[in-house]
Design a binder for this molecule. Structure first.
Ligand code: PLP
Ligand code: ZN
Length: 454
C-alpha cells in the first residue's frame, strides 16, 4: 500500500508512519495490512496490527493530545470521525480519499447520576457506543476494514469479489452499511431465528446477500472461516485485526473526553472478545506513547447462558478455553460459545488486573430496567454490563469514589422485543419488578384527570 504522509493535514512535519500485521504469539514475519491472511502462517495464531512506535514518538504526548483535540468532531475529512481523528495510530497507510467513514465515534458519555447514586457511585458514566450509524460499536472497526478493502479495490492490488462475515447481528448491519456506501458486495451469515428483527432487516435493506443458516453463531463462524479461503473473498470478522484497530479508539476517546484522565474501571460486555482486547490495546498504546501513566482495571461481563470466558477466568485461565454451546439469551449479540479472540482477551485481563463476571437473564433485564428509569434506553448487552457492575459494587470490587465507565455497545432501539416483553412480563426467566404499562382510557376528561392525579 502507498504510504500516506500522515502529517499532511497538520503541522507540516514530515514523519512517516507505518503499520503491519504480525502474530500475537511472537512468531517472526510481518504482513502488509492488505494481505489476505487472518492467521499466522507458522503457528495458526491470531494476528495483530503493529505500529512503528519510534516514528510515533517523534511527536510529544502533548502534541498528540492537541492534534486529537483539534480534530475531534471538526470538519476536515475524514479527521472529524472519532476513529480517523486518530488515523496515525490506527491505519496510517489508508489514503484519505479511500476512507469509507460515516462519522463514527464521538459518542456521548452519559453521566448516570441517578442510577449511580442508587449504587453508591457518584462518578459512573456510560459510553454510548450504540449512538452510531448502524446502532452499535461495530461501526468503529468496520470503517477501518472497509476502507482498507476499498483501497485494495481502487488500487487494483487484490481481486475482491465480496466481503463476508458471520454475525450475531450487529456486525452484519455494520458491514452491509459500509459496503453499500462504497459499492462493495457484502455477504453475511446469520444464525437463523437467533437475532432481533431489526438486526435482520438492516443488512437486507442495505442490499447485502443475507444467508440465514440453521445453526448458531459459532456454526456460522466455522463456515465463514472456510469461505475466506476461497479466491476473492475477504473476511470481515473481528478475527481480522483491522477491526480491532478502529475499536481501539474507544479507550482513547474516553480518556480524551475526561481531558486525558484515566478512569479507575471500565466494564464491557464480551462475546467473541475482540472488543475487550481492542479496549485494552488503546490504553496500552496511550501508555506506550506517554499520553497516560496508569491503566484502569477492566471487567468483562458475560451472559450466564454464554459464559466460556467467565468459566475460564474462574480457573485462572489455567485450563484454557473450554468452548460451550451457548444457550438462548436476550443478549443475542454475545451468544457465543467459542470466542475467537480468547487468547487476546486473556492477556488483556491479566495486564489490566481485570475480572470476568456473569449475569443471568433476570439480572440483565432488571439492571436494564433500573438504568432506564434514570434516563437510559438500555439494550440487553449493556444490561449484562450493568448487572455485572451491580455485582462488583455489591462485593466491593468496585468501591465508591472510583470513576467507572460502562461501555454501552448497542442502541436499545435495535432490541424492541426485549423492551416490550419486559414491560409485558413475557421475557423467559425474568420476573420483571419495574413494569410500566400504558393506562388505557376512554376519551373522557374525568377519567384522564383521575389517572393523572392517581
Ligand atoms: C459484538 C457485540 C458485543 C461483543 O463484542 P465482542 O467483540 O464480540 O466481544 C457486545 N454487544 C454488542 C451489542 C455487540 O454487537
Ligand atoms: Zn505465530
Amino acid at each position: 500500500m502507498k504510504t500516506l504522509d500522515a502529517d499532511s493535514h497538520s503541522a507540516g512535519q514530515s514523519h512517516r508512519y507505518h503499520s503491519w500485521l504480525r502474530c500475537i504469539e511472537g512468531c517472526a514475519g510481518s504482513y502488509s495490512l492488505d494481505s489476505m491472511v487472518y492467521r499466522c502462517p507458522s503457528c495458526g495464531g491470531l494476528l495483530e496490527v503493529a505500529h512503528d512506535l519510534e516514528a510515533l514518538r517523534q511527536r510529544s504526548p502533548a502534541a498528540w493530545m492537541k492534534l486529537f483535540d483539534d480534530r475531534y468532531k471538526r470538519t476536515t475529512w475524514p479527521y472529524g470521525s472519532g476513529v480517523w481523528g486518530k488515523k496515525e495510530w490506527v491505519a496510517p497507510e489508508v489514503d484519505d480519499d479511500c476512507v469509507v467513514s460515516l462519522d463514527e465515534g464521538g459518542t456521548n458519555l452519559f453521566w448516570a447520576e441517578r442510577y449511580g447514586k442508587k449504587l453508591g457511585l457518584d462518578d459512573l458514566w456510560v459510553k454510548m457506543c450504540g449512538n452510531s450509524h448502524t446502532g452499535s460499536f461495530k461501526d468503529l472497526g468496520m470503517t477501518v476494514l472497509v476502507s482498507v478493502v476499498n483501497q485494495m479495490i481502487r488500487q487494483g492490488t487484490r481481486p475482491i469479489r465480496a466481503v463476508v462475515c458471520a454475525s450475531s447481528g450487529d456486525t452484519s448491519a455494520s458491514l452491509a452499511a459500509y459496503c453499500a456506501v462504497a459499492g462493495i458486495p457484502a455477504v453475511v451469515l446469520l444464525p437463523r431465528g437467533k437475532i432481533s428483527t431489526a438486526q435482520m432487516v438492516q443488512p437486507l435493506a442495505n442490499g447485502a446477500t443475507v444467508l440465514a443458516v440453521d445453526t448458531d453463531f459459532d456454526g456460522c463462524m466455522a463456515l465463514v472461516q472456510r469461505l475466506a479461503e476461497e479466491p476473492g473473498i475477504y473476511l470481515a470478522n473481528s478475527m481480522n485485526p483491522l477491526r480491532l484497530e478502529g475499536q481501539k479508539t474507544i479507550s482513547i476517546e474516553i480518556v480524551q473526553q475526561f481531558d486525558w484522565e484515566v478512569p479507575d474501571w471500565v466494564v464491557i460486555p464480551g462475546g467473541n472478545l475482540g472488543n475487550v482486547s481492542a479496549l485494552g490495546a488503546g490504553f496500552l498504546m496511550m501508555q506506550e506513547l506517554g499520553l497516560i501513566s496508569r491503566l484502569p482495571r477492566i471487567a468483562v461481563a458475560q451472559a450466564a447462558a454464554a459464559n466460556p470466558f467467565y468459566l475460564s477466568f474462574l480457573h485462572g485461565f489455567r485450563d484454557g478455553l473450554q468452548p460451550v454451546v451457548a444457550g438462548p439469551t436476550q443478549a443475542s449479540a454475545i451468544r457465543i460459545g467459542n470466542p475467537v479472540s480468547y487468547p487476546r482477551a486473556v492477556r488483556t485481563i491479566q495486564r489490566f488486573n481485570g475480572v470476568v463476571e456473569q449475569a443471568t437473564e433476570d439480572e440483565l433485564a432488571q439492571a436494564a430496567a433500573r438504568a432506564d428509569l434514570a434516563g437510559l434506553f438500555t439494550d440487553p448487552h449493556t444490561g449484562v454490563a450493568l448487572a455485572v457492575l451491580e455485582k462488583l459494587v455489591a462485593n466491593r470490587t468496585i468501591v465508591p469514589g472510583q470513576r467507572v465507565i460502562v461501555i454501552s455497545t448497542a442502541n436499545g432501539l435495535k432490541f424492541p422485543e426485549f423492551k416490550i416483553r419486559y414491560h409485558e412480563g413475557t421475557l423467559p426467566d425474568v420476573r420483571p419488578l419495574l413494569v410500566n404499562r400504558p393506562v388505557e382510557l376512554p376519551p373522557d376528561y374525568d377519567a384522564v384527570r383521575k389517572a393523572v392525579f392517581r
